[in-house]
Design a protein. Sequence first.
Length: 229
Amino acid sequence: MWLSNSSVGRKVVMSVTGIALILFLTFHMAMNLVALFSAEGYNMICEFLGANWYALVATLGLAFLFVVHIIYAFWLTVQNRRARGNERYAVTNSPKMVEWTSKNMLALGIIVIAGLGLHLVNFWAKMQLPEILHNAGAHVDVTYAADGVYHIVKTFSNPIFVALYLVWLAALLFHLTHGFWSSMQSLGWNNKVWINRWKCISNIYSWVIVLGFASVVIVFFLKSLCGAC
């Protein structure tokens, strides 16, 4: 099959799944920003996105996209290293930051995966998962399952979690800035005019997403400090 047997096909799969995940990050970031202005509004969204069938379908779809993206990322990395051999250490004319990000996309991706695991433990495992188990007949506490603000406050009042999340978001920033425009290049937007435009768009868009997430982390951490005074 072309999507798995050819290098171009594998890059297309990486690009399409990556763009889909970026769209999800955009939605998730916008949802999180609601918590800065209205605890009630944010909890309403959390309740709407609980263990409902549409939320479960979306969760399974996202999990599938993420797994495919990871598998193809490792696949392409191994393929590229085998093809380039010692040439991967050759000097290129790319800007140093672009070159560094490109060479370390796999390492950045691993940090992103680790951060996602932390995020699932702190939020999904305490919100949607208990609702799923409860609906399945298990005796679990669902008191705070739809109280997203409660979990945000609890998580980001811990300076260790705050530091870990900010490291995660920094890795996500580098991963997105390169991955976004690289995806467009793989999908055919690779002429000199458009690739430069996509690089600019990817930088701005990635910063907006990451700063949106980071603002929630920082604001709630500062609130916890003020509350402790």
